[in-house]
Ligand binder design. Structure first.
Ligand code: ZN
Length: 270
């Protein structure tokens, strides 16, 4: 009889390896929060090891890309929080994660958060549930990637994108911190954001659906298309040890609608 060895590590398909599972187990959350504080990120992971690990990995990957390929991906979110639906002022925001583009009150127990903060659903801390959802949503072609860093990178790219919009167009809202940070006469970054979020015409939705999934294709938001695309091309540039081995922009699908490509290049100024 041929006895199969018992495989102690479940067969993860979303990029999780035995080494990463070990890293999750041993991560020092307060150290990670301190490290984030040093680079200006007010992070509170509420003891959630898997979520914390994903943010540490994403931070390193994005810093690596910006260093290696001179891409403007080194922007850090102002804050990172985890939430449950009951913690939210707007319970309809109960997604896997979201980010605020303007300063606003998000959590019942905390003061307003500066625009470009990230909020991650505590469900993302459950490794098996995340693995299941990531695969299910990829299988049903909802999301652009099943990689375990997909959601984290998606939200982080919202912040990166927003920072680029404000840098190019300024910020005309009420938040004094952002007004100072992105001062520009006749600023119109917020107005442009509204337009990008509700774009009058999204070309070739079928192609977008095939290339980066139904979620991106079903929205009128260039911001969602951008985040789905960037998360996908970034994880496709990683080897299995999560090292960046190629320029993510080389992974932009060749047949992505030209006008979308143009908008992205305009944003990244590449
Ligand atoms: Zn999004």
């Amino acid at each position: 009889m041929n006895v199969q060895p018992v495989n102690k590590t479940p067969n993860f398909t979303s990029g999780l390896t035995g080494k990463i599972l070990k890293d999750i187990k041993h991560i020092n959350i307060s150290q990670a929060e301190e490290d984030f504080a040093k680079i200006g990120v007010d992070a509170d992971f509420d003891g959630k090891k898997f979520i914390c690990t994903k943010f540490v990995l994403a931070a390193n990957i994005l810093a690596d890309i910006s260093g290696k390929y001179k891409l403007p991906f080194d922007f850090k979110p102002y804050a990172i929080r985890t939430f449950k639906k009951k913690d939210l002022i707007m319970p309809e925001d109960n997604a896997l994660g979201f980010c605020n583009y303007d300063t606003k009150s998000v959590l019942k127990d905390e003061p307003p958060f500066i625009g470009m903060s990230i909020f991650i659903n505590k469900n993302n801390n459950n490794i098996l549930l995340s693995e299941f959802l990531n695969n299910y949503e990829k299988f049903t072609n909802w999301k652009s990637t099943s990689h375990f860093l997909g959601t984290t990178l998606h939200e982080w790219f919202h912040c990166i994108q927003q920072n680029l919009v404000y840098k190019q167009k300024g910020y005309e809202g009420n938040c004094p911190i952002l007004r100072k940070e992105y001062y520009k006469e006749n600023a119109k970054g917020l107005a442009l954001t509204e337009l990008l979020m509700n774009f009058p015409y999204i070309p070739e939705r079928e192609k977008i659906q095939t290339l980066i999934g139904r979620y991106a294709a079903s929205s009128n938001s260039l911001i969602e298309i951008f985040a789905e695309l960037m998360a996908k091309i970034t994880v496709e540039s990683l080897n299995k040890n999560l090292q960046i081995v190629k320029n993510p922009l080389d992974n932009i699908p060749k047949d992505l609608p030209f006008s979308i490509k143009l908008k992205i290049e305009e944003l990244l100024k590449v």
